[in-house]
Write a protein that binds this ligand. Sequence first.
Ligand SMILES: Nc1ncnc2c1ncn2[C@@H]1O[C@H](COP(=O)(O)OP(=O)(O)OP(=O)(O)O)[C@@H](O)[C@H]1O
Ligand SMILES: [Mg+2]
Length: 545
Amino acid sequence: MAVADLSFQLFPGQSLGLVGESGSGKSLTALSAIQLLPTAAQASGEIIWKGEQELSGLDENSLRELRARHIGMIFQEPLSSLNPLMRCGEQTAEPLRIHKGLDKKDAEAAAKQWFSKVGLRDPDRIYRSFPHQLSGGQRQRVMIAMALCVEPELLIADEPTTALDVTVQKGILELIQELQKELGIAVLFISHDLGVIREITDRVIVMWKGKVMEEGAVASVLEAPQHPYSKGLVACRPSIAGSRRRLPTVPDFLEKTPEEIESFLNELDRTSASDVSDREVGLDNAPIYLEANNLHIRYPKEKNWFGRVTTYHQAVDDVSITLRRGACLGVVGESGSGKTTLGKGLVRLVPLQSGEVVYQGHAISSMPERDFRSYRPKIQMVFQDPFSSLNPKMRIGELLSEPLRIHAPHLTKEERYERVIAVLERVNLDASVLERFPKAFSGGQRQRIGIARALLFEPEVLICDESVSALDVSVQAQVLNLLKDLQEEYQFAMLFISHDLGVIRFIADEILVMQEGRVVEHGPAEQIFNAPQQAYTQQLLAAVL
Ligand SMILES: Nc1ncnc2c1ncn2[C@@H]1O[C@H](COP(=O)(O)OP(=O)(O)OP(=O)(O)O)[C@@H](O)[C@H]1O
Ligand SMILES: [Mg+2]
């Protein structure tokens, strides 16, 4: 049973937070609240809407009506909830026409207004764009605008801000709070981010393995967690204050006395301090694996009547980076600032307008595709959800051996199998996953498989784009520890893109801060966090919850 014996009431204007790790039943709870669960997973118990209506008794049509008109939903994965074939503007304007009775022109104006409200800078461009033409955080905000624009009575938000940088996230949370006051919206807020939960909810329920561990006013639960699981949750979140060499994970807390937990954390801090200072010596002189000089990357923005592009959107504007053996460069910056585009430019997933990328002395950006093929395996990119780009009908075994078949044709079937098993072991998985399909895995497992896939060829450069953002804190801590261990073992150069400053603080040696395609600040991690020079960096650090 995924969720056992959960009861709560939610009144107009109130907000309730659900925290816990993935698989703890948080999302199931939300889905059953709106009767979206597949029947096989149907729950017992009742869900009562406005004190009168028992939802499980409603037929499909009345339910759909209720959901569309009165319940707004924001899911974590914007790509799967936005229609890929419809422009973002049309999909937002449609419910406004149907449910608010606006005519075409008013609906368009209202949709654009909502885009501005969620902090999207160029509402006209966003209105015309298809989802794949937007950055992760922009898509997430389109979805938030869609959920809010019909002014629902109940808002169910499932990890709504995982792709957003702190300043934008702050704006969104404030917007939800305003609407809550103004319209009396009730909010069910699901998140593993305790900072966000603290900011937005009054009450919180901590769930673990489908059971309620702790429940109460948000301040008391988060300031003084009672249950070891809640304590673990609070502790595994990487903080911008300290630089621990390893992050604690939830299992470190279970079945331990408060004294044991205390001494475990003290030991962690003590060993970290010496490790960190050892590491900093020497990285500056490590060999350069990849260098990018004066990269410019732009996307077509408007076309004329003949299909010729007339204006461009400059996504990356004169960016240079150096990636060294065994070192990690962290990239932070607001949503839409060009982080993903930079990563893609390095591995030739988007064309450069100008500039060059040099890998071990070879100018890989200008060579023909067929020459680049032999370098490709050595420069790997791990995406936020590596599976959205993979074939869901292929088993994990095939997904992992396929690239080997292409890039290492000399290997026999047995040798391929051995190589796959070896990398799975490195990410703490075993042969039992080979026969299964991607959808059978949790977010953390998928991310491990994605990392395993990247490790198949012992890459020298690993680019991680928001690779841990969608994971809950405990799993995130495990994957971050794993990446650090792997880097130590293989000594690859890493480019780590994240909007989470705590994560960057933990993993990066050096940091690049981006805004509107340009580098605003660049320096050693210590310096960026302790003495940020630029106003924008200071603003980012100040907005951390
Ligand atoms: N395929 C595309 N076509 C047109 N514009 C695009 C395309 N992909 C991205 N853009 C635009 O380029 C800019 C940079 O996008 P990018 O994905 O690099 O941002 P990001 O820093 O990774 O943001 P996020 O933190 O939200 O993921 C954004 O304004 C985005 O709308
Ligand atoms: Mg991105």
